[in-house]
Design a protein. Sequence first.
Length: 185
Amino acid sequence: MDKKKLRILMIADIVIIVALVVVMMVLKGQYNDQAQKSVKEQVDAYLTVTNGVLQEQWRSIDQYGMAFKLLYATLAGNKTEASFKSAVAAIEGDKDARVRQIAYMYSAAGVNDKAQSLISEKAGLADKFLLKSEGGVYEVACGKDCSISFTFAKGKLKSTDYKALAEYKMEDHFKLEAPAPFHFE
């Protein structure tokens, strides 16, 4: 009878071990699925933040380039308000040149063409200058938290303030934080 009890105990042990292995495999699969879902959510959230910053930067570079061209055209041209307005229209209308300029800057920074294309699709270009006009004073955006001004009196350029454009540093306005440490609950 002792052999019979021993056999029953051995069979019970084997059944319990097999049941534990099955439970462990099921739990492992569930934890793996949960971990992959958690990683995907955290990576997607970081990509959303990163893409937002890159898109905002793309538009800001466009504004910066347009402001720089406008400043040059205004100071090198005949310095009249009509010439200024004509330069604004010409720069806004030359979207191909603006895209090439931004692409050149991103290429110089090591951003590949595919990534540039994706950023460009989402961000797009500014349709117009961000321009405020009050009594002969034109304030033009030259990037995030940056503006330059042109003051006209009797149709002629009186003064220009482009200090902000000369001192503008993209890295001060567009920072990407390191991704948060991974956590798994």
